[in-house]
Ligand binder design. Structure first.
Ligand SMILES: *[C@@H]1O[C@H](CO)[C@@H](O)[C@H](O)[C@H]1NC(C)=O
Ligand SMILES: *[C@@H]1O[C@H](CO)[C@@H](O)[C@H](O)[C@H]1NC(C)=O
Ligand SMILES: *[C@@H]1O[C@H](CO)[C@@H](O)[C@H](O)[C@H]1NC(C)=O
Ligand SMILES: *[C@@H]1O[C@H](CO)[C@@H](O)[C@H](O)[C@H]1NC(C)=O
Ligand SMILES: *[C@@H]1O[C@H](CO)[C@@H](O)[C@H](O)[C@H]1NC(C)=O
Ligand SMILES: *[C@@H]1O[C@H](CO)[C@@H](O)[C@H](O)[C@H]1NC(C)=O
Ligand SMILES: *[C@@H]1O[C@H](CO)[C@@H](O)[C@H](O)[C@H]1NC(C)=O
Ligand SMILES: *[C@@H]1O[C@H](CO)[C@@H](O)[C@H](O)[C@H]1NC(C)=O
Ligand SMILES: *[C@@H]1O[C@H](CO)[C@@H](O)[C@H](O)[C@H]1NC(C)=O
Ligand SMILES: *[C@@H]1O[C@H](CO)[C@@H](O)[C@H](O)[C@H]1NC(C)=O
Ligand SMILES: *[C@@H]1O[C@H](CO)[C@@H](O)[C@H](O)[C@H]1NC(C)=O
Length: 842
């Protein structure tokens, strides 16, 4: 019996005669939904406080905390109902992973991808903490980030830049550091989008009857896509957002295997699962499959109806959803607040409004009700500009630097060329949600954005530097004025030419790109601009602002191109950060977080753009082999490999030392959980769940009240076991947030010496790779890295503690991690292909 048939997608797939091997994969059922019981030690205190809080709530109050009030019902992009009886306002959930969306007097931080490109754990943490502080300052409870899905399976993926890197370890570190930073600032982080949300095309039903299904096998799930979410859970993340797409033909918001089994059981997640906005497809099925909060609360954008709210109240009253499941939802939500130090009794005012930057506006903008002061213009920027500038510089990857082109020292003349160097004439926020590619690119488009307080364009910062140095300065912004460009660069001591490639979320199409990029080449006619500059100036320096890799092999090999820099999406201090690198005020340390191929086909993965299927099947047949793992396995030479990046100095690696650690044994987790509990008593009289007399209901607003007689007797499928409240077995790989604690035992300590052998101070990122040795394993996989600041001639020790998890594979048969018998090797180097030291892990 396929209870995953709850996902209507299954019917469609079975009906269409599927061709490829994985077409029609189904997700095994997993019930009941695991309840929290205070067993996780980092959560015990939050859990106890949450239980005390939840125990006093009525059914309607509990339902209120699980359900969004509907789109534009309140100030934030997501708002739960409130508890007026206790003076408690609704919770505020707000985009985005790089700053506060739809606000003023906030900062626009570098993208997640840029945070990863620093390879600096300290900076990743600092960014999280600063973003969290800004959200806290506006009264926000939950920041909707960071992102590990998409991880970046296909380089064309429109939202890859919101996350960190196609490498799961680098992404996992980015997740953990960002979450720790956000939550230490007192804001709940939200790890998203769980999971397989690897492209924008067909992510939702619309042009097709069903959203695409990401068909991912168990081993790939564990070793690649789930890995960074495990790090997020281990870091104590308070919430996880389930994705729009289906996984094995079951929607992310009601896939019981993904939510109940993998997330809440195996990873022992203690916080709450919130749906992506309108990603919920069924009220009862999603509740039993492990969803804890629905957003935006309405069934469709401002549709006024809801799968929960009234319907959840109804489902509890008619006995379909057991009280323990509702109570568990609410305990998880309130635990997350306490975990980060929020006090539900003393929530600060939400002092901004997503729907207007004006001082006054509507409290309920969808209904145009209650006009009052809604924006208190609280300046939350602090000195974050300093961090943003530092991160912009330290995330700029120096890909090529010949003939001593960089750093620049008071050039006599300088030409700055390209639209991407210049300001958007309408201002940096001219396009809503950054939905255009006009002027310099400093973030992609979609919900993962923030308003720029200002944006320092490259031309502004470079012109200022030129003025300081007495450099003759020319610039051309028009990418079609090729004659003027040729004239401007001829004879200039250096010519800096800019190009970009943009992408974003599916609801905005820019130049025919519906979120995902249509190609891997530059935008704005930049290839012709670069060709013109390089044909006329022997010291051509290319700067790229792109959301991912672009094809640049021709420039790598062009003799007049003396330098190439990738600056990614650096945020508001773009021009200043770039100038710091170009002029050597910051010595570049960044390493590429993805592979640069020579041809689109090199990656072996791509976006599905066109389909005749009503339930498009994305079969992840490449398994673990995305990005560098694929290039290595297929023997494809990239232009620049994963982990590559130059410095203005040089480093030497020596003295590899490997120490085996003894005495730890891996114990599969055994035993059972306690039975489910309920907190407080529920009044099962439907009459008490109706709208209170004289209640004014805001139009299009979602409420918990019954709306007429109790609906009963309808045939909602309740999967076997889903209402079982008895003790449940724990899973062998589980037992603690992030999985079995034995996975994090230290098996080897590896050290080497890194020396600055050049003539200027610099920072090196030593990278540790492991070969797991099996016939189906990638050649090498990244496992650790560090950031070593070295003055001239100085040496420091790079040390990494290899854990059991680092040398394990997922075994689908035993459903556990195993260390295979294949011989394993460790490598340390400066990129995934420059592996300078190696040794055997005996
Ligand atoms: C998806 O199907 C594959 C192949 O049957 C299986 O290995 C995997 O565990 C399934 N995953 C989910 C989430 O259902
Ligand atoms: C539920 O939340 C709504 C919106 O905030 C509020 O108007 C209503 O009074 C709340 N109901 C209960 C029972 O607390
Ligand atoms: C309850 O759910 C049903 C089925 O989706 C829907 O038709 C109805 O409008 C919902 N009720 C409310 C009050 O939104
Ligand atoms: C902001 O105020 C201006 C001027 O009063 C008004 O025209 C505009 O509609 C307001 N914007 C919103 C979103 O309320
Ligand atoms: C040079 O840059 C300035 C400042 O952005 C701009 O106003 C001007 O139009 C640019 N010049 C050309 C020829 O594009
Ligand atoms: C790739 O897409 C961009 C943006 O739509 C476009 O400007 C460019 O011309 C395209 N490249 C090619 C080779 O068609
Ligand atoms: C390099 O630039 C010079 C102008 O200084 C030009 O004459 C030459 O053709 C260029 N080389 C190439 C390969 O374009
Ligand atoms: C997808 O179909 C559109 C027409 O609907 C066509 O223009 C486009 O070239 C197709 N894209 C691919 C990648 O086949
Ligand atoms: C790097 O260090 C090793 C060991 O100390 C030494 O043999 C080698 O010559 C050094 N290489 C460079 C380029 O300095
Ligand atoms: C557990 O289920 C049993 C049988 O349905 C019921 O009697 C008991 O009250 C339930 N306990 C809780 C805590 O829900
Ligand atoms: C109980 O209520 C839910 C939510 O309104 C409804 O979907 C379901 O059909 C009802 N089931 C029964 C057995 O009454």
């Amino acid at each position: 019996m396929l209870w995953s048939a709850f996902s209507l997608g299954v019917f469609a797939v079975l009906a269409s005669s599927a061709a490829a091997q994985q077409d029609g994969d189904v997700s095994p059922p997993s019930y009941p939904s695991p309840w929290v019981y205070g067993g996780a030690k980092d959560w015990a205190d939050a859990y106890e406080k949450a239980v005390a809080f939840v125990s006093q709530l009525t059914l309607l109050e509990k339902v209120n905390l699980t359900t969004g009030v509907g789109w534009e019902g309140e100030a934030c992009v997501g708002n739960t109902g409130s508890i007026p009886r206790l003076g408690i306002r609704g919770l505020c959930l707000q985009d985005s992973p790089l700053g506060i969306r739809f606000a003023d007097l906030n900062s626009a931080f570098p993208s997640g991808m840029n945070a990863a490109a620093t390879w600096s754990k300290d900076l990743m943490y600092a960014r999280g903490q600063a973003m969290g502080a800004e959200h806290a300052g506006k009264g926000i409870d939950v920041q909707l980030g960071p992102v590990a899905g998409p991880i970046g399976r296909a380089p064309e993926g429109g939202r890859n830049w919101e996350g960190f890197s196609p490498d799961p370890v680098l992404t996992g570190v980015g997740m953990a550091q960002t979450i720790a930073g956000i939550q230490n600032s007192g804001v709940v982080a939200c790890a998203k989008h769980y999971i397989g949300n690897e492209q924008e095309h067909f992510r939702e039903a619309g042009t097709t009857d069903f959203a695409y299904s990401a068909n991912i096998d168990d081993k790939t799930m564990h070793e690649l896509y789930l890995w960074p979410f495990a790090d997020a859970v281990r870091a104590g993340v308070g919430s996880v957002m389930c994705s729009y797409n289906q996984i094995n033909n079951s929607y992310g918001s009601q896939n019981s295997y993904m939510l109940n089994y993998l997330l809440k059981n195996e990873l022992d997640f203690q916080g709450f699962v919130v749906s992506d906005w309108w990603a919920q497809h069924n009220g009862v099925a999603s509740a039993l499959a492990g969803l804890d909060m629905t957003m935006a609360g309405d069934q469709g954008l401002a549709s006024g109806d809801t799968y929960w709210g009234t319907n959840l109240t109804n489902a509890v009253l008619n006995g379909t959803i057991p009280q323990w499941r509702l109570d568990d939802m609410v305990v998880r939500i309130v635990s997350a607040l306490y975990k980060v130090g929020r006090d539900p009794y003393n929530e600060p005012l939400v002092n901004f409004n997503s729907w207007t930057l004006n001082t006054t506006g509507y409290l309920h903008p969808q209904a145009d009700e209650d006009f009052t002061q809604v924006n208190f213009h609280v300046d939350v920027q602090d000195d974050h500009a300093t961090l943003i500038r530092e991160m912009g510089a330290k995330s700029t990857v120096l890909l090529k630097n010949i003939k001593g082109a960089l750093p620049l020292t008071k050039p006599k003349s300088l030409a700055v060329i390209g639209e991407d160097a210049h300001d958007n004439p309408g201002g940096p926020n001219a396009c809503s949600d950054r939905g255009c590619d006009t002027g310099t690119l400093a973030m992609g488009w979609g919900s993962g954005t923030a308003n720029f307080p200002y944006l320092i364009s490259p031309v502004t910062a470079l012109a200022q530097q030129a003025q300081t140095d007495g450099t003759t300065f020319t610039n051309v912004s028009n990418n079609y004025a090729l004659d003027a460009i040729a004239a401007a660069v001829t004879g200039a001591e250096a010519a800096i030419v800019f190009g970009n490639a943009d992408g974003g979320e599916a609801y905005i199409t820019v130049d025919g790109n519906a979120g995902d990029r249509n190609n891997l080449t530059l935008w704005q006619n930049a290839d012709n601009v670069i060709a013109t500059v390089a044909a006329n100036n022997p010291n051509t320096i290319i700067v790229l602002h792109t959301i991912g890799p672009v094809i640049i092999d021709a420039y790598k090999n062009h003799p007049n191109v003396t330098a190439i820099l990738w600056a990614g999406l650096p945020g508001q201090e773009s021009g200043n950060a770039l100038t710091d690198v170009l002029y050597g005020k910051v010595n570049p340390q960044a390493k590429s977080v993805f592979t640069w191929g020579k041809d689109r086909a090199d990656w072996g993965t791509d976006v599905l753009y066109n389909t005749t299927s009503e339930a498009p099947q994305l079969n992840f047949v490449e398994g673990n082999f995305i990005d560098y793992r694929h290039f290595d396995a297929a023997g494809i030479e990239p232009s620049y490999e994963f982990g590559f990046g130059l410095s203005y100095t040089t480093f030497n690696y020596s003295g590899l030392d490997i120490r085996k650690q003894y005495g730890s044994f891996y114990r599969p987790t055994k035993g059972t959980t306690p039975p489910a509990s309920t907190y407080g008593t529920i009044d099962y009289n439907p009459a008490d769940a109706e709208f209170p007399a004289g209640f004014h209901a805001v139009p299009l607003y979602v409420y918990p009240y019954l709306d007429g007689p109790l609906l009963s007797g309808q045939d909602d499928m309740v999967p076997p076991g889903s209402t079982d409240n008895s003790s449940q077995p724990r899973v062998p790989a589980g037992g603690a947030p992030g999985g079995n604690t034995g996975l994090y035992d230290i098996m080897y300590i590896v050290r080497c010496k890194v020396t600055n052998t050049g003539t200027v101070a610099g920072t090196e990122i030593p990278q540790l790779y492991i070969s797991l040795g099996g016939p189906t394993d990638p050649k090498v996989v990244l496992r650790g890295f560090d950031e070593l600041q070295l003055s001239v001639g100085r040496s420091k020790t790079f040390k990494y503690q290899i854990t059991r998890r680092d040398i394990s594979n997922w075994d689908p048969v035993t459903q556990n991690w195993v260390v295979s018998a294949y011989p394993k090797k460790v490598y340390i180097g400066s990129s995934s292909r420059n592996l300078l030291l190696s040794g055997v892990l005996a």
